[in-house]
Structures are given as structure tokens and as C-alpha cells.
Design a protein around this ligand. Structure first.
Ligand SMILES: Cc1cc2nc3c(=O)[nH]c(=O)nc-3n(C[C@H](O)[C@H](O)[C@H](O)COP(=O)(O)OP(=O)(O)OC[C@H]3O[C@@H](n4cnc5c(N)ncnc54)[C@H](O)[C@@H]3O)c2cc1C
Length: 376
């Protein structure tokens, strides 16, 4: 501690501040630490309890934009690197099954990029790789090196590695100073950094407004339900993306939890909210919940039809794609926004760390590049 300023403690600052301890902030701070850069990460609550909450996410390579496929492939390699380093499973090895015509369209994008082990499979292999699914014989693609991300293990490993670099406290202001540095004020602290990276989830757009940036982030609400498996947990079970309509819905994703004895299911539809987060129609979230249960009854007879628990969370997406991601830069401060980012966190964290240490922002991450948008 180096002094006080109107009762607020002033600490000797590391070089870079990261704001937000979700998977993106943790990955960024860890990448900085790997480079030997002094870093402080501010988290208002507990790491991994915002949009990164819950026990599982899907890692899939399939996207509409070949550049995002390549980005995911890079992230996949780093997930493996981390799994070896931390000696813990971070992505399951049971693959991702995508069913419906759009799975075939995305397979063409995967083939165009190359280097991803994905191929069409028949009804017998669908039943074998996804034993909880009702009979299905339409188009089906298996991403062999996709799988369920062990989210809690990832948050725990990164938080542990960062140790004292993680500070509990809400950042209340970010102020770029005339000398090119940035003042950060949290509830109990004032510090000055050479660069700041804002990974604050639903709060990122608000913090960006304080430096004059207006991010085109759309805020929405979402619910995901977890159902127990009726019989013994299957030894292998893939994640599922269903755009087929065969079971009455055209946008469903589902992912096993560690141990395979329960499975989380959500619709890709979200519920509209106002800028302040209030629901436009509070009944809409109930409707999403009911549609997910009805889907389980029709499509996933291997699951108990009553959910064991719920995950309610905010979704922040960009107008050009539900998988879109971009980084805005102003006065030594970087702001990252997008959706479906858990899988991309390792490569995104390294890219943000590079940008924050003077290596430049990768061209595909600039807002003008509209990463995630279908090409052609
Ligand atoms: C139900 C659901 C299913 C999903 N499925 C997938 C999937 O299958 N695959 C996938 O890749 N992605 C998926 N996603 C998206 C993915 O989880 C998110 O994109 C990702 O977790 C976002 O991480 P983040 O670090 O940007 O944000 P967050 O996890 O929200 O982290 C932001 C953190 O910043 C902190 N914070 C905010 N303001 C401040 C402040 N002023 N000062 C200090 N700290 C602050 C918050 O407390 C929070 O912890 C899903 C999301 C949900 C909700």
C-alpha cells in the first residue's frame, strides 16, 4: 500500500488490469502471467459466477465463419495444453453431435478450413454416440474433437494459478489519463495501469460508455435446465446441437455434466430485456423453460422429464452472429464482447494479452472484421 487519497487506498500498480473474473478475464490474466507481465484481476463477486456459471459448456468447432472455425481450432489446442499443465480434464473426449441440414452446411465450412476431425455419421452411430436421443435417421455430423467443457475445473485451475493476482472488488470507474496510463477505481482501491482489459460480461458495454464507446451489444436472458439420466450413466455421451426440427424445435443445445449422470438442455432462443435488464415479458422465460421440458420428453427419453436444476443467465451477443465476438480499443483500454465465448477463451485470452502488451490486436478481432458472420 503506498498511500491514501480521500480515504481510498492507493496501491502500487501492476502493469495491466483485467476487469472481470469470468472465463475470458481469467484466461487473459493467465496469458499475461505466462508472459511474465505483472497483472491484477478485479472481480466484483466470485470468479466464474456470471455468464461463465454452471458445470458445462459445449466445445464445438462448427461455425458459419471459417475464421471462427480456425480460432476455435487454436483454442482447442490450448485447452489441451492447459489440461496437461494443470493435470485435469478440461474438455471431454466424447465429441459433439449436430443434427439437421445446417450441420451439413457447417461441415462444408469445417472441410474448407481443414484440420478438424468431423464427418457425417449414420443412424446407428448416432444411437451409439448419443444413447439418450430418441431414434433419429436424418443428417448428422460428429465433431470428434469437440466435447463438454469442464467449466468448473477450468475456472478453478486458472483462479488457483493466478492466486494473489485476483482482487475482490467492483470497479466503479476507468479513466484514461493525459500521460497515456489509465486510472482504475474499485470500491476500496485506486491504481494506475499502462493498459486495461475489460472482460466484464454484461457490464462491459456500460463500462465502455465511460470512455465514450457505444458497443452494439444486445442483452437478453436465458434459461438452461438440467435433467438426470434415468438409467445408469452412459460411458460415452456426446454433446448435442439439434437444428433438425424433427423433435419440434430447430435450435436446441445439450451437454453432459461431469460423470454423465445428468444432462443440461437449453433452447438457443433468448428472452428480450430492456437495457436495464428488466424483462419486457416476464412470462417469456417460463415459456422457454416449458419448451425445453417438452423437447426433453420428445427427443431425450433417456432423461427424467422433470429438471433437477436451472441455470438462469444473461446473454450478450453482437448483431452479426450469435457466435460473434469483437474487441474495441480506446485510450489504452480494451473491451471484449460477444456470445458463446467459453470455448474461445484460451485463444481470446492470449490475443488480448498480446494486444495489452503492445503486440497489436489481431485483425479478425476488430469490430470491422465482424468475426463470426457467415461468409459469402
Ligand atoms: C446457459 C448458457 C449456455 C452457454 N453455452 C455455451 C456453450 O455451449 N459454449 C460456449 O462456448 N459458450 C456458451 N455460453 C456462453 C459463455 O458461457 C459466455 O460467453 C462466457 O462464459 C462469457 O464469459 P465472460 O468472462 O465474458 O463473462 P462472465 O462470465 O459474465 O464474467 C464477467 C465477470 O465480470 C465481473 N464484473 C462485472 N462488472 C464488474 C466490475 N465493474 N468490476 C469487477 N468485476 C466485474 C462479473 O462479476 C463476472 O464474474 C453459454 C452461456 C450461457 C449463459
Amino acid at each position: 500500500m503506498t498511500g491514501t487519497d480521500d480515504g481510498i487506498a492507493t496501491t502500487r500498480s501492476p502493469e495491466v488490469a483485467v476487469i472481470g473474473g469470468g472465463i475470458i478475464g481469467l484466461s487473459t490474466a493467465y496469458a499475461l502471467q505466462e508472459q511474465g507481465v505483472p497483472v491484477r484481476l478485479y472481480e466484483a463477486g466470485l470468479p466464474g459466477t456470471g455468464q461463465s456459471a454452471g458445470e458445462s459448456r459445449i466445445f464445438r468447432h462448427a461455425h458459419d465463419d471459417p475464421r471462427l472455425v480456425a480460432f476455435a481450432r487454436e483454442s482447442r489446442g490450448i485447452w489441451d495444453e492447459w489440461a496437461e499443465h494443470f493435470d485435469v480434464e478440461l474438455v471431454s473426449s466424447d465429441g459433439v453431435l449436430a443434427i439437421g441440414d445446417s450441420a451439413l452446411a457447417r461441415l462444408r465450412v469445417l472441410d474448407q478450413v481443414g484440420g478438424v476431425e468431423a464427418h457425417e455419421i449414420d443412424a446407428a452411430e448416432v444411437a451409439q454416440r448419443m444413447p439418450l436421443l430418441a431414434g433419429y435417421s436424418g443428417p448428422a455430423v460428429l465433431d470428434e474433437s469437440g466435447g463438454a467443457i469442464r467449466t468448473r475445473a477450468a475456472i478453478k485451475a486458472l483462479t488457483g494459478a493466478l492466486a494473489d493476482a485476483v482482487t475482490t472488488g467492483e470497479v466503479i470507474s476507468i479513466d484514461p489519463l493525459a500521460d497515456g496510463t489509465v486510472e482504475v477505481r474499485s470500491v476500496t482501491d485506486r491504481a494506475v495501469y499502462s493498459k486495461v482489459v475489460v472482460c466484464a460480461g454484461r457490464e462491459t458495454a456500460r463500462l465502455a460508455r465511460s470512455v465514450g464507446l457505444s458497443l452494439p451489444v444486445r442483452l437478453a436472458a436465458h434459461v438452461r435446465l438440467t435433467f438426470d439420466v434415468k438409467a445408469a450413466a452412459p460411458a460415452r455421451v456426446a454433446c448435442l446441437q439439434d437444428s433438425s426440427g424433427v423433435f419440434g424445435e430447430v435450435g436446441v443445445y445439450a451437454t453432459p455434466l461431469p460423470g454423465n449422470s445428468s444432462y443440461s438442455v437449453g433452447l438457443s432462443d433468448t428472452v428480450g430485456v430492456r437495457d436495464d435488464g428488466t424483462f419486457i415479458d416476464p412470462a417469456a422465460i417460463r415459456s422457454l423453460d416449458e419448451r425445453a421440458r417438452e423437447y426433453v420428453t420428445r427427443a431425450l427419453p433417456g432423461l427424467h422429464p422433470e429438471p433437477r436444476d436451472f441455470l438462469h443467465c444473461w446473454v450478450t451477443d453482437l448483431p452479426w452472429s450469435e457466435d460473434g465476438v469483437a474487441v474495441w480499443e480506446a485510450d489504452s483500454v480494451f473491451f471484449v464482447a460477444g456470445h458463446n465465448l467459453f470455448k474461445q477463451a484460451p485463444a481470446l485470452g492470449r490475443a488480448l494479452a498480446r494486444a495489452a502488451t503492445g503486440g497489436g490486436l489481431r485483425a479478425e478481432l476488430t469490430p470491422e472484421a465482424r468475426l463470426g458472420e457467415a461468409q459469402g
